[in-house]
Design a protein around this ligand. Sequence first.
Ligand code: AMP
Length: 291
Amino acid sequence: MSIPVVWKTPGEVRAWVRALQRRGQTLALVPTMGFLHEGHLSLMREGGRRADVVAASIFVNPTQFGPKEDLSTYPRDLEGDLQRCGSAGVAGVYLPEPSTVYPPGYQTYVNVEEVSQGLDGDKRPGHFRGVATVVAKLLALFRPEVALFGEKDFQQLQVITRLAADLELGVEIVGMPTIREPDGLAMSSRNSYLSAEERQRALGLSRGLFSAQRLAAGGEADVAKLLAAIRQELVKVQAREDYVEIVDSSRLASLSRLESGAPARALIAAFIGKTRLIDNVALPLGAQALS
Ligand code: AMP
């Protein structure tokens, strides 16, 4: 395992990318906010299967945080992260300062319209504008063949897929399954905010989602019943619901019934104490095998 090279400026990245292109090597990019866990590493390893070289970015992007959100307290572990990137085969990591990404006078933002609305788009105004802007900048800088994102942030994945297609960036956006702790909790850098007691209560999210998934697999198509099953688990752990919705998987429009052959998704955002967690699962109707 080798520690990846670190770039602090776009100029350094561009020089490295040009050399890579001269050698005819393909590139996979994995953008992150750091405090890396197995979920992030699964994206990096898959990048290594899909391209010759993998690069990552670690940037806690201020424009995707609301004024009352956790920008200043977001967990960081740079040294550990570089080790983890190295162990996942990452060749280089871009670690820009906020003032490098958004220098004085900065005024260009990317707005992906419909899929940025509803769900986190409504609950976190401006969030997806910040996400789309930083991801567009990273894709324009690295010009990767492939970029990998997690289904854990399902709406974000749809926003980025749309953005890459609409701006004709010529990059394949790959969505990767959510990596979970053995007890079902979706891995997240924000899980580090949870006390031991809250960590147990946080299982209400995945339990609710799996319960809806089982009902759908057994043939239950009534969305009201599926939502009730999810909310039952949230109530048990005294989670404060931000939203619970069942939507079609591509447009993210609310559904009242599941239809076979029409991919649907259940999504939750809920507070456990002060920590806001999100999770989601696919809801195949009448499916025999559940993942
Ligand atoms: P973040 O550092 O939270 O911005 O996440 C960086 C990337 O890792 C995003 O594409 C996330 O969707 C993805 N990711 C975060 N958690 C997980 C997880 N548990 N499983 C798979 N991917 C994840």
